[in-house]
Design a protein around this ligand. Sequence first.
Ligand code: IMP
Ligand code: MG
Length: 190
Amino acid sequence: MCAELSHVSLSACLGEVLFTQEQIADRVRELAALITADYQDTPFVVMSVLKGSVFFLTDITRHIDLPIEMEFVRISTYRGGTSPQLEPLFAEHLFSVEGRHVLVVEDILDTGATLQYAIQALLDKGAASVRTCVLLAKQGYETRIEARPDYIGFCIPNVFVVGYGLDYEERFRNLPFVAVLRQRNDGDNG
Ligand code: IMP
Ligand code: MG
């Protein structure tokens, strides 16, 4: 993995670009149109799971043609590496959800633990309804999680990706596209 990152070595850390800025923008607009249609008669709050969903959230909400509310919650699953931690999840600063319709916006569905936790936490706190919107869903998520996201941007293979909010050890979030993070054994020595 690209541990010794400098700006010079950025391209050496990245593999295939899975989705360009334009492809993401097109898909985000499509999802926003679906959400706008589905929530025509229902006031709702968009809940962003920090930090990875921030770019997705700010883009998609600007195309939702309804007077939405926004809330931000932090739910931790990964400590910083590329494999899931097994420690229990917790939500920081969970807002008052009683009686509200909530749309959870997440960056990526991998093991599904984060989304499952968010749905349960919101229902436990009395949310009137919970729907979920993820930019990326990793192949095989259906076998790992019972819940099905209501809106999915793209399905991807089981690879570690960065960009458009997604990080590796807090880096790469600012890339405007989504790319595979190169592993050491992908043919580079650095
Ligand atoms: P899950 O709970 O296993 O579905 O993981 C969800 C969280 O893990 C995401 O919100 C990300 O922060 C992180 N994550 C999972 N896969 C990736 C990846 O490929 N790149 C970057 N972060 C990832
Ligand atoms: Mg992360």
